[in-house]
Design a protein around this ligand. Structure first.
Ligand code: NDP
Length: 256
């Protein structure tokens, strides 16, 4: 039996926490496998190479998720609709595990009521809009928001929509490199839940997550989404549906 090969392709990949998460998962599960981050600029060549090497599965990250969707042999229903793939299995079916990543991170925390609001209209916002049917979209570039709304049945909205929101998901890159905020948490209702897909620094939290928690709101950080999407990827690759219990240990590994 040869060691199973799993890979992350993207540009950049050097600071990804996924290799630590997957190495710990394989250790906990007693699986002889390696998960290697690979800096890739030529996505078709990388796909051909991974086919030739018989990769057991791989993840795709920025900026290659849309290119990957075009190179898979088939797509699952979510990836087909979102037109972006972040997880490919051994038979080259493309999946989008950002969707279960977001939904599992939310778990029971979303309350019913006002609109779900997604900030952003890029790849991760498309996954969030699929996960939250009928959500409102706020984005800097209106044409991109219009395309997302059309493709995924979301509504266009202005930033003021957060005054009524029960759930707000940040899918912009705001806060990735500094302390800037995508919206003012003071405007949110007091029972609102905030999810930030961005994670940074030693703890993984951002100025948005800290500001939301300082106001007493529930805030879910990007590391929670990342670890849950990793678990969803593992479940696809290993044909299992019982790996959620690994979450605390994999989060610890991501922070180590
Ligand atoms: P994209 O590049 O596809 O989209 C970026 C979005 O951010 C666009 O909507 C863009 O708006 C908006 N944006 C960027 N700068 C500004 C600004 N200064 N003001 C207002 N809007 C701005 O990125 P992704 O969707 O792939 O990723 C977004 C973030 O989510 C990244 O930080 C990524 O690391 C993170 N992420 C985390 C995951 C996790 O598991 N935790 C999973 C996937 C992503 P415009 O259209 O106007 O350019």
């Amino acid at each position: 039996m040869t060691r199973a090969l799993y890979v992350l392709i993207g540009d950049p990949v050097a600071h990804s926490r996924s290799p630590k998460i997957h190495a710990r998962a394989f250790e906990l599960l007693g699986i002889d496998a390696v998960y290697a981050p690979c800096l890739v600029t030529n996505v078709p060549a990388a796909f051909a190479g991974l086919r030739a090497l018989g990769a057991a599965g791989f993840n795709v990250t920025v900026p290659h998720k849309e290119a990957a969707a075009k190179l898979c042999d088939r797509l699952d229903a979510a990836a087909e609709r979102i037109r972006a793939v972040n997880c490919v299995d051994a038979v080259f079916t493309g999946h989008n595990t950002d969707v279960p990543g977001i939904l599992r991170a939310l778990n029971q925390e979303a309350s019913a009521g006002g609109p779900d609001v997604v900030f952003g209209a890029g790849g991760s916002a498309r996954a969030a809009a699929f996960a939250l049917p009928g959500c409102s979209i706020v984005n800097r570039t209106r044409s991109r928001a219009e395309a997302l709304a059309r493709d995924l049945g979301a509504r266009l909205a202005e930033p003021e929509v957060i005054r009524e929101a029960r759930l707000v998901v940040n899918c912009t890159t705001i806060g990735l490199h500094d302390e800037s905020l995508p919206f003012d948490v003071a405007q949110l209702p007091k029972d609102a839940v905030v999810v930030d897909l961005v994670y940074r620094g030693a703890t993984g939290d951002t100025a948005l997550v800290r500001a939301a928690r300082a106001r007493g709101l529930r805030a879910i950080d990007g590391l929670a989404v990342l670890v849950h999407q990793a678990i969803a990827s593992l479940e696809i690759w290993l044909g299992r549906n019982d790996l959620e219990e690994l979450y605390p240990k994999l989060r610890e590994a991501a922070l180590a």
